[in-house]
Design a protein. Structure first.
Length: 320
């Protein structure tokens, strides 16, 4: 895979790859829970992607950033997209329940639209806003079609706050990447991705150690490391690279709407495994897909929906 190759891939395909891996992450993480707690899984997912990409940088022609400005951006993006989103989802699942955590994390596109409007002046047409609402409603239906245990009292409130912080961090990180495009802050795609992974992984260490219970982790199980390898390579490395390139070319609201699709992908994977969801879940999946389709309809595009160069896969970045 080369930078030039990434630049030639159509955005819908990039986002499709991202959503496939993010959807598959639900199933893979569920398997990983047989070996370790959420903290260790989250930390190793980010750390393994960081190490793998560092080893691949010479092959990919990537360069480690040297600019302080790029490192500041990498720190902010890593803190939002890696640290806050993954830790928030883990804590939210533990204390508020998986259903509540999934719904609240999927509020991120709404925050992204707000942040993009304030920081970038991106406008959103009523049709696209309607599509966002439809997509979110579909996610809610999917999640609530299979009621699970929820927290209560102070633990529940803590879990809700944690996952909302994760959603805000995820949205903010996405808008920062978009902001880099609009402001034409050029940097090497692979080097920047590695830098934000590194920053996010370091910030995740306390979470992993405090929440993960290293002593109870089955470190010697090959199955555990196979799942961690998949999470690091697919949902973390490949998915985020594709997502960043997509953000370089489409407005934040249009890209973020696709993040409603991972629960649909997870449902399709379960169908392929012979576990057919109930009728309500299937209805929610259909509504979610319809919402994303509305967001991407040509009539939902505004004058701001023009491609911008950023983390340009085809550009040379001698000073990055």
């Amino acid at each position: 895979m080369t930078d030039s190759f990434m630049g030639r891939i159509p955005v819908p395909i990039l986002l499709g790859i991202t959503m496939f891996f993010w959807g598959a992450a639900f199933n893979a993480t569920d398997i990983a829970f047989d070996y370790a707690g959420a903290g260790i899984i989250t930390l190793l997912r980010a750390a393994s992607a960081t190490i793998l990409l560092l080893l691949l940088l010479p092959v990919l022609g990537g360069k480690i950033p040297r600019s302080r400005r790029i490192w500041v951006c990498a720190l902010l993006v890593g803190a939002g997209s890696t640290t806050l989103s993954l830790a928030g989802l883990g804590l939210g699942t533990q204390y508020a329940g998986p259903a509540i955590a999934s719904v609240l994390l999927n509020s991120a596109p709404f925050f992204a639209v707000l942040f993009a409007r304030v920081s970038l002046g991106e406008r959103i047409k009523l049709l696209r806003a309607f599509g966002l609402v439809v997509g979110f409603v579909g996610v809610v239906i999917i999640v609530l079609s299979n009621p699970t245990e929820t927290g209560s009292g102070g633990d529940f409130v803590f879990g809700v706050v944690a996952v909302m912080i994760g959603a805000v961090g995820y949205a903010a990180a996405s808008v920062i990447v978009r902001w880099m495009s609009v402001k034409e802050i050029e940097t090497d795609l692979w080097g920047f991705t590695w830098a934000q992974f590194l920053c996010g992984s370091i910030l995740l260490i306390p979470f992993g150690l405090l929440v993960g219970d290293p002593g109870a982790t089955q470190w010697g199980e090959p199955g555990f490391w196979a799942v961690i390898a998949f999470l690091g390579l697919g949902p973390q490395l490949i998915a985020y690279v594709c997502f960043f390139v997509a953000l370089a070319r489409w407005p934040s609201g249009r890209v973020m709407a696709w993040s409603f699709l991972p629960p649909v992908v997870a449902g399709v994977i379960e169908i392929l495994r012979g576990n057919i969801p109930n009728a309500v879940a299937l209805l929610g999946m259909a509504i979610t897909v319809a919402g994303v389709a509305i967001v991407n309809h040509p009539k939902a595009e505004s004058a701001d929906d023009h491609p911008v160069a950023t983390i340009d896969p085809d550009a040379e970045h001698p000073t990055a």
